[in-house]
Design a protein around this ligand. Structure first.
Ligand SMILES: NC(=O)c1ccc[n+]([C@@H]2O[C@H](COP(=O)([O-])OP(=O)(O)OC[C@H]3O[C@@H](n4cnc5c(N)ncnc54)[C@H](O)[C@@H]3O)[C@@H](O)[C@H]2O)c1
Length: 392
């Protein structure tokens, strides 16, 4: 029997916002979730005007405080089933805490907060309330990320020795923040972005990809945060050398001054028996190198078990809704896969059933906290000339 669609409330999304747009498309991807309410903008009038003119009917609110109070007062079925927070980094903590206090599950954009104290408080609040909480590490939603995770963590390539996780962009190679680009303005402002611009914004994605694919944690960091564009207070280039929990090492690096690179997130994992390579700009493919053998390229939608390298494949991975290979899946599909997985946990929560929220299908609040701890360690290490700093 079909179920009612889940109701989603947006916090942020007006005034020419970026990431709210792919999110709300992905929410509607399956017809089992829909955006019904929103506090779109810090200016109450703009928030209401934009809600009135939204592409489909939604209930507009003048602020997220008003939305949370009004939605909390409604019965389940009428109220929002989860909130999506797509505001700049400094407006993550307050609405997330207020939603959790109101009993509303939260899907929050990364980086989770602007400091570790806030991240710790959110971890504690999620534990106290027992509510589903997701963090917007988009790229975990690619089928090929999940496949990469299976390959590395099932030991098919042996022990992880070295990894290079990177996210390279070129859009801040000039003073983009002076050109009326609001996305650049707040990212280079320490009050709104947190202790790191480049590391917090995209270094955390590279870190999450490393942790998700390898299952390893960073135990200590040597970092150099650099600012190539003059007049900026925060880094626009971020390089860390990391010790991993199994004794392996990794580079986690990011840049916004790498002209020519667009959203070049990728990972290479060198293991004792072979290597894996993946790039989000070619997210349909996972490349495997084994010594003395021709390169193997696995295409999403065309992976078969027991092919001489792969053994049996996990049922849940193979059962993921997907389309035939060659019909390209991309960014929106990745977001949809995250929302689909989050929806399952929210439905279980609503039914009073156990749910995992264990980080295997989307990043959780603990993953968000690791990202913030990583930034804190990296900023500290860089201020000491790249000295090793343990992960707090
Ligand atoms: N997962 C990803 O791939 C990805 C990509 C880009 C951005 N992000 C993250 O998403 C967040 C938003 O980034 P963006 O580039 O979309 O920013 P943006 O500047 O394009 O949009 C921010 C939105 O927040 C709204 N806003 C600000 N303060 C508000 C308030 N008090 N109440 C209601 N709305 C408010 C603005 O009106 C705007 O709609 C950031 O945390 C960023 O790090 C994630």
């Amino acid at each position: 029997m079909s179920q009612r669609p889940l109701n989603v409330g947006l916090i942020g999304g007006g005034g020419g916002a970026f990431i709210a747009v792919p999110h709300q498309r992905a929410i509607h991807f399956d017809g089992t979730r829909r955006v019904v309410a929103a506090a779109l903008h810090p200016d109450p009038q703009i928030a209401m005007d934009e809600a009135e003119n939204w592409a489909y009917p939604i209930k507009g609110y003048t602020s997220y405080d008003e939305m949370i109070a009004a939605e909390k007062a409604k019965p389940v079925g009428d109220r929002i089933d989860y909130a999506l927070i797509v505001t700049p980094n400094h407006v993550h903590f307050d609405p997330a805490m207020k939603c959790l206090d109101a009993g509303i599950p939260v899907f929050c954009e990364k980086p989770l907060t602007v400091n570790l104290e806030q991240a710790d408080a959110l971890v504690a609040k999620v534990a106290e309330t027992g509510l589903p909480f997701g963090v917007g590490h988009t790229y975990l939603g690619h089928w090929s990320s999940r496949f990469s995770r299976f390959i590395v963590q099932s030991g098919l390539l042996g022990e992880v020795r070295w990894a290079d996780a990177y996210y390279l962009q070129g859009w801040l190679a000039d003073r983009t923040e002076d050109m009326g680009v609001m996305q650049a303005e707040w990212r280079v402002d320490p009050k709104r972005a947190g202790g790191s611009n480049c590391g917090g914004d995209i270094g955390t994605h590279a870190l999450m990809q490393l942790r998700y694919v390898t299952g390893l944690n960073v135990t200590s960091v040597n970092a150099i945060l650099e600012t190539f564009v003059s007049g900026r207070q925060l880094d626009d280039h971020f390089t860390t050398y990391c010790q991993l929990s199994n004794g392996a090492k990794a580079l986690v690096r990011a840049s916004q001054i790498a002209i020519g690179h667009k959203n070049d997130l990728g990972i290479e994992v060198n293991c004792s028996k072979g290597s894996l390579r993946w790039r989000q700009e070619e997210a349909e493919q996972v490349a495997i190198s084994l010594p003395g053998q021709p390169e193997r390229t696995y295409w999403r939608g065309d992976v078969k078990p027991n092919d001489g390298f792969l053994g049996d494949l996990p049922e849940d991975l193979m059962a993921e809704p997907t389309i035939p290979s060659g019909h390209v899946e991309a960014f929106h599909d990745a977001f949809a896969r995250l929302h689909r997985s989050f929806e399952a946990d929210v439905r279980a929560h609503l039914a009073g059933e156990p749910f995992s929220c264990d980080g295997s299908k989307y990043a959780n609040v603990g993953d968000g906290r690791v990202g913030i701890a990583f930034i804190k360690a990296a900023v500290e290490s860089s201020s000491q000339g790249g000295a090793p700093v343990p992960m707090p």
